[in-house]
Structures are given as C-alpha cells and as structure tokens.
Design a binder for this molecule. Structure first.
Ligand SMILES: [Zn+2]
Length: 320
C-alpha cells in the first residue's frame, strides 16, 4: 500500500469515527453540504426503487443516493464503512421497511446521526397483516402475502409512498414545498395511468392462467390487486435468504403440475439454480423479472415506471 492511499484510508476511517461519535445531525448535514458544494437536500434511499420515487418527488431540490446498488439483493445486502458514513451524512433516510432491509437497524445504530428516517411501507404492511388476520379462516392463500414487504409491485401502494415522501420533504425543506407538491401530483398521475395500463394488459391472460410461481414470495400486493393466485415460491419465504427443504420443493413441483402453471418468474437479484431445477423437472419456462432492484441506466428497468411495464409485459407474454 502506498503512502498516499494509506493517508486517505486513515482520513476516511477517522471521518467514520468522528461521525459515529458526534452523531450530530446539524454538523453532519452542513458537512455534507460543504463536501458536495450543493445546497440541495442530501437524502439517502436504501434501494434503487425507493431512490427513483424519492427523486421523482424531490426533483431538482434533492440529491438522492441509493445505498444498495442496482442489481444487488436487498435481503442479503451488507453495508460498507463508506455506506455507514453516507447514512451519517444524510439529512433524511428513506427505506421501504417491513423487514426488507435487514441491515438497516445496525447501520442506523452505527451511523449514529440524527437524520430523519422515513419507513415508507410501515402502514401498508400493517394494514395487509390485519386483513390477513381477519380472513384467517380462508386458508393458505392469505398467509402467502401476510408480511410480504414487496409492496411496490402495486403502483397504488407507491402512490402512498409518494404522499409520505411529499410530506417529509416539505417538512425538511419548507422553502420548496410547492415544488414537492407539484412533482408529487404529476408523478401520482403517471402511477394512476400505470395502474390502468396493468389492468388492461392483464385482460389478455385467461382467468385460469393467472397463477404465479416465483423464486421468493414477492407478489402478495400485485396478486391481490390484479387478481392472480400465488401458487407457491421456490423459496417459500418473503426473504430470498431462506432455503427450501426437499419436501417443500417436491410439493411445489406437484402444485405446478396439478394446477397447470405456465411459468416460474425469477428475480434478477437471486441465484437461479433451484428455480432452474424446478423449471427443468416440471418442463415449464423460467422468466426473469426485476423485482427487488431497478437495472442500471442502460437496462430495460432503469426507472420504476419502466420496471413495472417490463415485468407486466413479461408476465402477460408468458401466461396469455
Ligand atoms: Zn425480495
């Protein structure tokens, strides 16, 4: 290691330590503003999906960075010391919540700052769990989406995010309140159009084919909104980090055959080996979707709107 790199490393380590120890929002935000030379609100989002929605509402007044890079799995993400320093510097931290970002509890503790933390899906997931409990007697189907944190698969839920982001940004930066209001209204309009487009697309799928098998449980919100049945998941969990037993895999293959399921939809962020095995055993196709992350700017799902359009088109093509 050369001398210069050594010094740089020492300096960054000290910075992390200082930020952790002082934990003072005022000093760390002014530090952030000084270091970027920007008077924009410095905001951190956990996933690329959250980052895109916050940017849509924040527009020119907000600088958003995503902690988890495009293509990485949020369930398995481990932050670096640099990520912790970014959180410590931020004026606000937006996360999806519901257990999706398991790393955030210790990250926020280590960062120590008093940045405002906004958990976008908290109320949505609590409401979903309540509905599931109320319908407890209806059986397994309801349990499949109890606690599913992938609420953004339904644009109606993202409209709730937009409202929460608008309110938070207005409180953090009242000078730009009108801008945030206008951006939120314009983007909500796009989400409404997206919802109408999905309904129209889904019409192309015969009712008996509206059955979803995925790599982990991601379609709770989407299935209940647009009338699909979640037949099962290769990893029968709302997290991609769990592992299925041989019996669970055999039961899934039986269900796929018995119900005439046409495809397995797999997330771009997870290992595909087990899903490939199930697809091979049952002779059905494997279709890759973007579920937990956007793509980079060159990919087919570089914004949330493109992400939903891509996924819905793939689902319709596989099931119609
Ligand atoms: Zn996931």
């Amino acid at each position: 290691m050369n001398y210069r790199l050594h010094i740089q490393l020492l300096v960054s380590l000290c910075l992390v330590l200082v930020l952790t120890l002082t934990g003072c929002a005022q000093s760390s935000s002014s530090l952030a503003r000084e270091s970027t030379g920007s008077d924009k609100l410095q905001v951190v989002a956990t996933t690329t999906i959250v980052a895109d929605i916050v940017q849509q509402v924040g527009g020119q007044a907000v600088e958003v960075s995503s902690l988890i890079p495009a293509g990485a799995d949020p369930h398995a993400f481990e932050p670096s010391p640099r990520d912790i320093a970014i959180v410590a510097d931020a004026q606000a931290v937006f996360m999806s919540g519901g257990g999706l970002e398991a790393f955030m509890e210790s990250t926020l503790r280590s960062a120590g700052g008093s940045a405002r933390v906004i958990v976008l899906s908290e109320d949505l997931i609590a409401a979903e769990n309540q509905t599931s409990e109320d319908h407890d007697l209806e059986g397994e189907a309801d349990h499949l989406h109890a606690g599913d944190p992938h609420v953004w698969m339904d644009p109606n839920n993202v409209m709730d995010w937009v409202a929460a982001i608008e309110t938070s940004l207005q409180e953090l930066d009242p000078a730009n309140a009108e801008l945030y209001e206008a951006n939120a209204a314009a983007y909500s309009q796009k989400l409404q159009e997206l919802d109408a487009w999905i309904r129209q697309q889904v019409e192309q799928i015969p009712a008996e084919n509206r059955k979803l098998v995925t790599d982990h449980q991601i379609f709770g919100a989407f299935a209940s909104r647009y009338g699909f049945e979640q037949v099962g998941a290769v990893i029968p969990s709302i997290s991609s980090s769990a592992e299925p037993t041989a019996q669970e895999l055999a039961a899934l293959e039986d269900a796929i055959r018995a119900q005439g399921v046409h495809a397995i939809f797999i997330s771009s962020t997870v290992n595909q080996n087990l899903a490939q095995q199930v697809a091979h055993d049952t002779g059905i196709q494997l279709v890759t979707l973007y579920t937990d992350s956007l793509t980079g700017p060159e990919g087919p799902a570089s914004s949330y709107l493109e992400f939903i359009r891509y996924n819905v088109s793939e689902i319709v093509n596989a099931l119609k």
